[in-house]
Design a protein. Structure first.
Length: 68
């Protein structure tokens, strides 16, 4: 195993996920505020699930997102 290639591959995956997830959340919050479904002062729970079938991994990460 090439540790450097492995590490870079994981970092690339996490960066891609993080950027994509942030865009989706930001767009959804913006749309909800415009539609009046959110005031922009709320907090809400978020959950991400990591699946790596080849390794039998299913990990759930939860956190609170605060808008103000």
């Amino acid at each position: 195993m090439n540790d450097e290639a492995f590490n870079l591959s994981i970092r690339k995956f996490l960066k891609q996920f993080g950027v994509s997830a942030q865009r989706v959340i930001e767009r959804s919050v913006e749309d909800a505020v415009k539609a009046g479904a959110l005031k922009g002062t709320e907090s809400f729970q978020a959950r991400a699930v990591l699946h790596v079938d080849a390794l039998g991994i299913q990990e759930t990460i939860e956190a609170e997102i605060t808008l103000s």
